[in-house]
Design a protein around this ligand. Structure first.
Ligand code: ASP
Length: 608
């Protein structure tokens, strides 16, 4: 037996017992003839006292950081206790030790506050993983994994594995492809998700399926995305949207309780996609704070059912507003005393290329009721007050106003709202707010291809009330200018996203389960009959053999862990992540392969 205890186990009541520990040398401190060593393993740190009897051994073979030691000795009370350590009341007075393995000097300190930068820690990820901070994240990840499995198992879900080598059917993201040696000139693809397999499992009668599964998407890596990531992937038969919402609200609440000890007892709020865009400029609003958008002016096509928040419309006379398609505002509480410098800084903030606005207008509504704006020249006080009113501003608020084209302006306001929420400390790490966003549009228009694309994926069913529109109308679009008038633009999907603190943590839909409607969907997406058969013949075929009504959802497991861990980066919660260029810097992958391998695969590289 290598050890009798772990480095996190011993306490004062163990004083006097003999123990053998094994672990890594974290620090070495010499005091005259005595050497103190902090020995670390996965469970904690225990102080070792190496006394005079061991001096000779220490001198002949000095210890170094990260050496692997086996130590035997007696547990004793420490003279200077360390309340920060669980084992801080004791130390092990060593009688003997063995160096099980030496270590080169590590390239960074293996401590909570390390001196290692991101790149070096990724290169030596196996050392980074020894650090407490990273270990805690992986422990949390495992706790989420366990909780998810417990809950789903308890609800009768069955974990069924689906293949990784599948057929390339890009729709949405780009596929990673794998050449087949045995089938010359042919390729597998890695799944972007197990979507069609889980639907086939429903056809097979496995009415509650789940899998915690890797998905692969060859996307340009925007901030904090990974080319391979993990989903909690689920599917159910004989369900309607309401059944799914309840089941998976239950899952997330269970995870909160098990992992964070949070009893999330309130009902999860629900919001239509249109209201989310209208009130927050975003389909995944952070509802931990208010600061909702006031819609002072907007194009009718964007929100046919909405009225502007200004009853008389926006006053004329200020060219920036007069010429804009959309004018939106937020009231930022308690900021009416912002200095010129502060408003200039905010103006620069919205002008950054990522936000892309030309400027920022504002009204300071002082606590004593006085009103001062950046466009006083153009509006009189009554007009300014009408805006304050529309923006539901209170004395003490700073009203920020953006004007421009609909999409960009709304998006910019959404960003500005989040930024102000952050600056005012309204986005608290330890507060969790769930939200269901419902009633998404089924289609999006792709200007590049002048055709419809599926907003979620092509297997998502339209709302029952919109199925007729889809069946009876031709998908043809005359030109980019007229797509909004097309009946397809108004079709709503039977789809839902779960949002946590402004992050989409899950999304899914009720599926199409009739061959004819699925074929219609493929046609709507511009696929010919032959193409649909070539890509999805297996699914269309399966729908001929008694496919049950079904629906499902998938949660972004890495993201969920990061949010629960109070971090913005999913990389911190993945044992071996890739960097922003999709590289594994530890393995140095991707990399070139041997000529022989290329030959076996019948591949010739273009430049060789
Ligand atoms: N497969 C979908 C996705 O990866 C989720 C779902 O519809 O269940 O987004």
């Amino acid at each position: 037996m290598y050890r009798t205890h772990t480095c996190g186990a011993l306490r004062l009541q163990d004083s006097g017992i003999q123990t053998t520990l094994a672990g890594w040398v974290q620090t070495i401190r010499k005091f005259g003839a005595i050497t103190f060593v902090d020995l670390r393993d996965r469970y904690g740190i225990t102080q070792l006292l190496l006394g005079e009897a061991l001096t000779k051994q220490l001198e002949e073979n000095p210890l170094g950081r990260e050496f692997v030691l086996q130590v035997t000795g007696t547990v004793q009370e420490r003279s200077s206790k360390n309340p920060a350590l669980a084992t801080g009341d004791i130390e092990v007075n060593a009688t003997s030790y063995t160096v099980l393995n030496k270590s080169a000097t590590p390239p960074f300190t293996i401590q909570d506050d390390t001196d290692g930068g991101d790149d070096i820690r990724m290169k030596y990820r196996y050392l980074d993983l020894r650090r407490n901070a990273v270990k805690k994240n992986l422990e949390l990840r495992y706790a989420v994994n366990r909780a998810a499995r417990n809950y789903l198992h308890g609800q009768g879900f069955m974990d069924i594995e689906t293949p990784f080598l599948i057929k390339s059917t890009p729709e949405g993201a780009r596929d990673f492809v794998v050449p087949s040696r045995m089938n010359e000139g042919q390729f597998y693809a890695l799944p972007q998700s197990p979507q069609t397999f889980k639907q086939l499992l429903m056809v097979s009668g496995y009415d509650r399926y789940y899998q915690i599964v890797k998905c692969f998407r060859d996307e340009d890596l925007r901030a904090d995305r990974q080319p391979e990531f993990t989903q909690i992937d689920c599917e159910m038969s004989f369900v309607e949207q309401e059944d799914i919402l309840e089941m998976f609200e239950g899952l997330i609440k269970y995870i909160f309780e098990e992992v964070k000890g949070i009893a999330y007892t309130e009902k999860v709020e629900r919001m239509s996609w249109e209201d989310a865009m209208w009130q927050y400029g975003n389909d995944k609003p952070d509802i931990r704070f208010g600061m909702k958008i006031a819609n002072l002016k907007f194009p009718g096509y964007a929100f046919p059912s909405k009225q502007p928040d200004l009853a008389e419309g926006l006053p004329q006379g200020f060219k920036v507003f007069d010429d804009a398609e959309t004018v939106v505002a937020i009231s930022v509480p308690g900021c009416s005393e912002y200095s010129r410098k502060q408003t200039d800084e905010l103006t620069d903030w919205v002008k950054r290329p990522q936000i892309g606005m030309k400027g920022l207008a504002f009204i300071k509504y002082a606590a004593d009721g006085t009103v001062k704006s950046s466009f006083d020249k153009f509006y009189n006080e009554a007009q300014l007050k009408s805006i304050l009113n529309a923006a539901a501003a209170s004395p003490g608020d700073l009203v920020l106003i953006l004007a421009g084209t609909e999409e960009r302006t709304r998006k910019a306001m959404s960003e500005l709202r989040l930024e102000m929420g952050k600056r005012l400390g309204l986005r608290k790490d330890n507060e969790f707010k769930l939200l269901w966003v419902l009633d998404f549009p089924l289609f999006e228009y792709s200007e590049e291809d002048n055709r419809w694309v599926a907003r979620h994926h092509p297997f998502t069913s339209p709302k029952p009330s919109d199925i007729d529109i889809m069946i009876s109308t031709s998908p043809e679009i005359k030109d980019a200018a007229s797509y909004l008038a097309h009946p397809y633009a108004s079709i709503k999907a039977n789809a839902y996203d779960m949002v946590l603190n402004g992050n989409e943590i899950g999304g899914g839909s009720i599926r199409i389960f009739q061959r004819s409607l699925q074929e219609k969907m493929f046609t709507a997406l511009g696929m010919s009959h032959d193409e649909a058969l070539h890509k999805f013949g297996f699914l269309l075929g399966a729908f001929e053999y008694g496919a049950p009504p079904h629906g499902g959802i998938a949660f972004g497991f890495d993201r969920l862990c990061a949010i629960l861990g109070g971090s913005e980066s999913i990389r911190d919660f993945i044992a071996f992540p890739k960097n922003n260029s999709g590289r594994d810097v530890m393995l140095d992958a991707p990399s070139s392969i041997d000529v022989k391998q290329l030959e076996e695969l019948s591949l010739i590289l273009k430049d060789q």
